[in-house]
Design a protein around this ligand. Structure first.
Ligand SMILES: [Zn+2]
Length: 127
């Protein structure tokens, strides 16, 4: 166990966000700067629990170690499927994903071993 605080994130109603196969119906954009992140129909909804640091800008200090337990993600098979994505630091097998324009994040993570990316539903917006 880590000594950081963990808060449990909200779940969102996905009925209008994904199709019957779990693919995202809408263009996904950054919730802060509206930069395009992922085209429609590229991510697949998966539900499981995962802890991510709370959102902040990459340039801000790392003084706040609060984590959020998130449970809904879009799985992206290939990092080249993104419109735009930035990578932050690596921790073990994961690299954190951040907005390529405003550097807010993490909006999700990339698994180095599986090569898959996961984008948290509650950390992005739609167009
Ligand atoms: Zn942004």
């Amino acid at each position: 166990m880590s000594d950081s605080n963990t808060i449990v994130g909200k779940k969102v109603d996905t009925s209008s966000l994904v199709d019957e196969k779990g693919k995202n119906l809408k263009q996904i954009v950054c919730e802060r700067c509206a930069s395009k992140i992922l085209p429609a129909k590229v991510g697949t909804l998966e539900e499981f629990n995962f802890e991510l640091n709370i959102m902040k800008k990459e340039s801000e200090t790392d003084s706040d170690l609060t984590k959020e337990q998130l449970s809904q993600f879009y799985r992206v098979e290939d990092m080249f499927d993104f419109d735009n994505i930035g990578f932050s630091h690596t921790v073990g097998d994961i690299k954190y994903l951040i907005c390529a324009d405003c550097e807010i994040g993490p909006v999700g993570w990339h698994s180095i071993s599986s090569k898959k990316c996961y984008v948290a539903l509650t950390r992005v917006a739609y167009k």
